[in-house]
Design a binder for this molecule. Structure first.
Ligand SMILES: C[S@@+](CC[C@H](N)C(=O)[O-])C[C@H]1O[C@@H](n2cnc3c(N)ncnc32)[C@H](O)[C@@H]1O
Length: 256
């Protein structure tokens, strides 16, 4: 039995296994969290309040396609941080090309796109999450809007990067709650290296929740290629609040 204290996010219910790019079964929620009554129905719509956004984020959650089908705490922390920072200095997102890894519901990328219409955002995940990300992107951008600035794409960590995304032009990578499954650790590090080759000027915001001792192995692998800096310019008091829940937010910089 895996020894962790809390992995169940606010809107979760138990779910079936997911897969990585190598078709290795991801652990079910049951193996990660103590059983508890479901809090959502499949394909339930919820709303996430992010201070600084003109409207709530409408989010379909569906545990069917795997753990990414619900919103996780680190995703909400990262969403709130980019919104807070955008309120102070919109240039961080203005005209930026942004990619989110392991986006799940699409929450963080959708927030980035809603905050700054001049940005172009790609929310990415494994194929089984594509429909949910697409539904959520549609929900949050009026049908009358001629050009949606949030796009969806399949991106399997460790594999070739998709041609549909202008990888060389990316300015920012977002990743929330992507450290939880050991076989995927080297795959995620490889993708981060591919997206941020040595010498490229790109901001990487990486938010995660401490769960298991094994997670340290991910950070040991990451350290070979990236320096990690704790984000210090979040809203005053925010770090202390999410820190108490084991959530951390870092900026990654590729080593020369
Ligand atoms: C815990 S969920 C976090 C989802 C979302 N970022 C959030 O914070 O709510 C982890 C996400 O990583 C994705 N993931 C896991 N292994 C992956 C892989 N090999 N390639 C791409 N995405 C993967 C899952 O599909 C899932 O959406």
């Amino acid at each position: 039995m895996v020894n962790i204290t809390d992995i169940t996010p606010p809107r979760s219910r138990s779910a079936s296994a997911s897969t990585t790019s190598s078709d290795v079964a991801l652990p079910s929620f049951e193996s990660l969290a103590p059983p508890r009554p479901p809090t959502t129905k499949a394909e339930e719509e919820t709303r996430v309040v992010v201070e600084g956004l003109g409207s709530d984020v409408r989010l379909k959650v569906d545990a069917g396609p795997g753990c990414g089908g619900i919103a996780w705490p680190a995703g909400e922390v990262l969403s709130r941080y980019i919104a807070y920072r955008h309120g102070i200095d919109p240039s961080h997102l203005r005209n930026k090309k942004i990619l989110e890894l392991g986006s799940g519901t699409g929450l963080v990328g959708i927030v980035a796109g809603m905050l700054e219409p001049s940005s172009e955002v790609w929310v990415t995940d494994q194929s089984m999450l594509l429909d949910l990300m697409e539904v959520n992107a549609e929900l949050n951008f009026p049908a009358s809007q001629t050009k949606r600035n949030v796009h969806t794409a399949e991106l399997n960590w460790g594999e070739e990067l998709p041609d549909s995304i202008p990888i060389k032009d990316l300015d920012m990578i977002l990743a929330a709650d992507c450290v939880y499954f050991e076989p995927a650790f080297p795959l995620l590090v490889k993708t981060l290296c591919d997206l941020a080759p040595i010498g490229k000027d790109i901001e990487i915001l990486f938010c995660w929740k401490k769960r298991r001792k094994a997670d340290k192995r991910f950070f040991a692998m990451l350290k070979k290629h990236f320096n990690q800096f704790t984000v210090e310019d979040d809203k005053p008091g925010a770090k202390e609040v999410y820190g108490r829940e084991g959530v951390s937010l870092s900026r990654l910089v590729r080593k020369k």
